[in-house]
Design a protein around this ligand. Structure first.
Ligand code: HAM
Length: 422
């Protein structure tokens, strides 16, 4: 039988009913939190033209060079399941000319992404991100708004063991000078580099800093840092970001080697990590990307954003026991006999209209089995109707937490239950 069984694809996971409740809670909190900052939701297609990511994220990045799910469709178009959301959001922003509505566009998303990475705890091939993109402002206050959206969300959930890592990779001009310096440092040691790093040395030396090879990490420890190459203007921007973070009381740690793995960044880059997770400790990452709109064919538009893994956040919350489990149904109807079953269906529907969740038995089980199910479901109240209750136009209403039971006239049960549950 086992070779007949079709399983989910490696690196993908089913989110089963015992978990979806937490996802919904978190999603609701996110919609609330992000709207509170004036961000509006955007939803983009699951796949895009491959060219969008090649041009937007960069062909030398790990994501584009080895992690994308790409294919040519029947019409010969090259397509890719989206491995990140900034490029699709910017594509939509340009395509629908969102800038014409207002000079500052604040967008957020909660969506599924696809990257062919090596799966491990907190790292999947299909995963979910929430994120925000702020398009139109070149000022440090936009950088800090984005950082604080992420930081305050984690804080509001009670995550205390988080660290904000901050860096600036400057403007195009600063990075040009840095690239030259990095090349000068690495070229004499090119033989010690892997094939991919040697290739990147010619095309895009900053990407060598993404290496996971221990020998290369060691070698890079003595490499020049980007902070020494920032122009005075870039330094001013970075200093203002830090000063605003200080004003808001958001602590940070400067990480001079953090360049992030996507080519579109300029100026501020950041990550928030947590000690509640193992190797995959990045809860979120983001930064400024002042050239991306233009690279993708739009008018030059400064922008900044972040994206955060949903699974990693749930793992971190689990690690610190911060997820409240809500009961499934608040009222469980127990019916014995056909007449009782139809009465229960009628009143369950009435109770649901008041916004209280109700469940009925669909297996025609015994009283004892239905009672057991009522307790298992986590319901607060059981409504029991047997033949005797039908005859008297009554129901027995049991407060399952207090263990108290009372006979109530059918005409009064909706009111009675509403008072009991709320
Ligand atoms: P990223 O650093 O590639 O940035 O991803 C952001 C977050 O997504 C990570 O910090 C992590 O929490 C989560 N994540 C990434 N890969 C996986 C995976 N394989 N499994 C589970 N979770 C994962 C971006 O995607 C940029 N678009 C962020 C951004 C928005 N920059 C500006 N605006």
């Amino acid at each position: 039988m086992s070779d007949q069984l079709i399983r989910s694809v490696k690196g993908t996971r089913d989110i089963l009913p015992d978990e979806t409740k937490r996802w919904q809670q978190l999603e609701n909190q996110l919609h609330y939190h992000l709207s509170n900052y004036g961000y509006q939701e955007i939803r983009t297609p699951a796949f895009e033209q491959t060219e969008l990511f090649a041009r937007g994220v960069g062909t030398d990045t790990d994501i584009v060079s080895k992690e994308m799910y790409s294919w040519e469709d029947q019409g010969g178009t090259l397509l890719t399941l989206k491995p990140e959301l900034t490029a699709p959001v910017v594509r939509a922003y340009i395509q629908h000319n969102l800038a014409r509505i207002t000079p500052l566009t604040r967008l957020y998303y909660i969506d599924a992404l696809f990257r062919r990475e090596r799966p491990q705890k907190g790292r999947y091939r299909q995963f979910y991100q929430f994120g925000a993109e702020c398009l139109g402002s070149p000022y440090p206050e936009a950088d800090v708004e984005i950082i604080s959206i992420a930081y305050e969300f984690y804080k509001s959930l009670g995550l205390n063991n988080i660290t904000l890592q901050l860096n600036s990779i400057g403007s195009t001009e600063s990075r040009k000078a840095y690239r030259t310096a990095l090349r000068l440092f690495l070229e004499p040691q090119a033989n010690a580099l892997s094939e991919i790093s040697r290739k990147r040395l010619a095309t895009n030396p900053l990407r060598i800093l993404d290496t996971k090879i221990p020998d290369e990490i060691e070698l890079l420890k003595n490499a020049p840092g980007i902070s020494d190459f920032l122009t005075p203007e870039d330094q001013r921007h970075f200093a203002e970001v830090q000063s605003l973070l200080n004003t808001l009381g958001i602590p940070y740690k400067i990480e001079p080697r953090m360049v992030r793995g996507l080519d579109y960044y300029t100026h501020t880059t950041f990550e928030i990590t947590t000690s509640a997770l193992g190797a995959q400790d990045a809860l979120c990452g983001g930064g400024r990307y002042d050239n991306l709109v233009e690279t993708l064919g739009g008018r030059p538009t400064p922008a900044v954003g972040f994206a955060a893994g949903m699974e990693r956040l749930l793992l971190a919350l689990e690690a610190v026991d911060k997820i409240a489990q809500e009961p499934q149904a608040s009222v469980y109807f127990i019916a014995i006999g056909a007449a009782a079953r139809s009465i229960c269906s009628k009143y369950a529907a009435q109770i649901r209209l008041t916004g209280i969740a109700s469940e009925v038995d669909l297996l025609r089980r015994s009283l004892k089995a239905q009672m057991r199910e009522a307790n298992r479901s986590g319901a607060k109240v059981a409504v029991i109707i047997g033949e005797a209750e039908v005859a008297k136009n009554q129901a027995l209403i049991k407060d399952l937490s207090a263990g108290v039971q009372k006979a109530v006239a059918l005409t009064d049960i909706t009111n009675y239950i509403t008072n009991l549950v709320q």
